[in-house]
Design a protein around this ligand. Structure first.
Ligand SMILES: [Zn+2]
Length: 227
């Protein structure tokens, strides 16, 4: 190869590199480049139940009791456990999270929904209007919920300071890349901002298994979708 051919090839390679760098900087999202942004801890929410005080008393004869704190301030795992019963299957020893809420809610994965025989929709926590019901049992009592079974939509809890750091706002949807052994990008993850929150992304068991989740896995916001 003569000198001219080598120079031409080098010029071509250089042009490709420059174009690629320009392409990447155009495609990169502002949040990714924001100063001070960093990894988001990812926590797996196993199936669980939230109970109204009325339903807790109906099942256990007393209000819920605290077993251990969860990562979100004020939220806790209860000592009480419940059996959930669907038309096709039963799941025992399901965790209850406190404190009590205005309405009872059962959060399961799509896999659980199949086992139970309940067509649970993907919803944000609290958005239970028109969702399917389920039967709940303690050791001694059984109650029926007329609605409240959901597959919780993935979301990120963050403080207003975190939101400023990531350049995002409450209610916004973002795509989040997980740095696991089976890396995935989880699209349309809802950002929830409150001074009462602590920074954590919540995924369900199906999303955790699909992405090879473990406690060390962290997420990075790779795209913003707006509200
Ligand atoms: Zn959450």
């Amino acid at each position: 190869m003569n000198e001219q051919a080598i120079k031409k090839m080098l010029g071509e390679v250089l042009r490709c590199v420059v174009e690629e760098v320009a392409r990447q900087s155009r495609g990169a999202c502002p949040a990714q480049n924001a100063e001070g942004d960093g990894p988001i801890p990812v926590e797996l929410s196993a199936r669980h139940v939230h109970l109204s005080e009325k339903d807790a008393i109906a099942l256990f004869g007393a209000p819920l009791t605290h077993a251990r704190d969860l990562s979100q301030p004020g939220q806790f795992l209860c000592n009480e456990r419940v059996r959930i019963v669907g038309p096709k299957g039963v799941m025992d020893n399901v965790a209850i999270l406190g404190p009590s809420r205005g309405h009872s809610q059962v959060e399961i994965s799509k896999t659980d929904a199949r086992v139970l025989g309940i067509d649970a929709p993907v919803r944000q926590s609290g958005d239970i209007a028109g969702t399917p019901g389920i039967i709940l049992s303690s050791k001694t009592e059984t109650i029926g919920l007329t609605e409240g079974v959901i597959v919780a939509s993935r979301h990120i809890h963050m403080t207003p300071e975190d939101a400023a750091r990531f350049g995002v706002s409450d209610g916004e949807l973002v795509d989040v890349s997980l740095n696991s052994d089976r890396p995935v990008v989880l699209c349309d993850t809802l950002v929830r901002v409150s001074p009462k929150f602590s920074l954590a992304m919540h995924i369900d068991a199906d999303e955790g298994n699909a992405s090879g989740w473990n406690k060390k896995v962290a997420g990075t916001i790779v795209a913003r979708k707006g509200k």
